[in-house]
Design a protein. Structure first.
Length: 275
């Protein structure tokens, strides 16, 4: 099985403009496909922007909404899978719930998986979103099992371990990581990849967003990375806009798991007090 070339799009998109975000995505997908990528991963809330405040309800849509259809058209035209973040509206009108979600679209335009962020960060997210209830969401692509979580979720070791136990090979983590938490991208993500014997694609926003008069201003730190199961960072972005490319190698994954049998050496009976 050849490695899956994976593209990480570190970009703010066009906050407040879905059409603008789609234009950025289309251009990046063209460059990624030309470089041989089979998968393009975008940041958290890429489709609309993250710090959009009162616009969240207006820009939110169901998982099969017009944004999904537009991303599917881009995926088909460029022949690669796309993971993008967006605000999701519950399909049940009586619910009224909004979720911070990420959806994976296949190269044929099919919807492969949709994940709702389970661990909401800070007052801003809790004011607008309902937490998801399914920590492990997976899909198959190019002979690999892909898992999805969003930003703060990866900072909970139990979350990532659940994916490891479910057989995730490549964990996709669209994020909106902000200052002063650079250590998450720099140190925690490679450790998560090593201790769980998987690849982790951690894809951040960049720049500043928000309204100073409302008190919600976020400075995103970039530093997107693709970390391997050996703990090595295969690709690392800087602080600005960037399209990053890295290889997810099934052979390296198998060799690393054989050399580092953390999952096989676990003693679950000792961990029951963790709750």
């Amino acid at each position: 099985m050849p490695p899956l070339r994976t593209a990480l799009l570190q970009s703010p998109g066009r906050p407040g403009s879905v059409d603008g975000g789609l234009r950025v995505l289309d251009e990046a997908a063209g460059r990624a496909a030309a470089a041989g990528a089979g998968l393009l991963v975008c940041p958290e809330m890429f489709l609309t922007g993250y710090a959009i405040g009162d616009a969240v309800p207006r820009l939110a849509e169901t998982a099969d909404g017009p944004g999904s259809a537009a991303v599917a058209e881009i995926a088909v035209r460029h022949g690669l899978a796309v993971l993008y973040g967006y605000p999701e509206r519950d399909p049940d009108p009586a619910s009224g719930a909004l979720y911070n979600s990420a959806q994976l679209i296949g190269p044929d335009g099919g919807r492969l998986a949709n994940y709702r962020k389970t661990h909401l960060f800070g007052g801003y997210e809790r004011a607008w979103f309902t937490p998801g209830e399914h920590p492990v969401v997976q899909a198959e692509l190019a002979g690999l099992r892909l898992g999805i979580m969003i930003c703060y979720d990866v900072e909970f070791p139990e979350n990532v371990r659940a994916h490891a136990l479910a057989g995730t090979d490549l964990l996709l983590v669209p994020t909106a990581q902000m200052h002063p938490f650079e250590f998450v991208a720099e140190s925690m993500v490679p450790v998560r990849a090593f201790e769980n014997q998987m690849y982790v694609a951690y894809v951040n926003r960049t720049g500043r967003e928000g309204a100073p008069e409302e008190g919600d201003v976020f400075e995103f730190v970039g530093l997107s990375c693709l970390a391997g199961p050996d703990g090595a960072v295969r690709a690392r972005a800087g602080r600005g806009e960037e399209l990053l490319l890295g290889e997810v190698d099934g052979a390296l994954l198998a060799a690393s798991r054989a050399a580092n049998p953390y999952l096989a050496d676990r003693r679950p009976g000792l961990y029951t007090a963790l709750g």
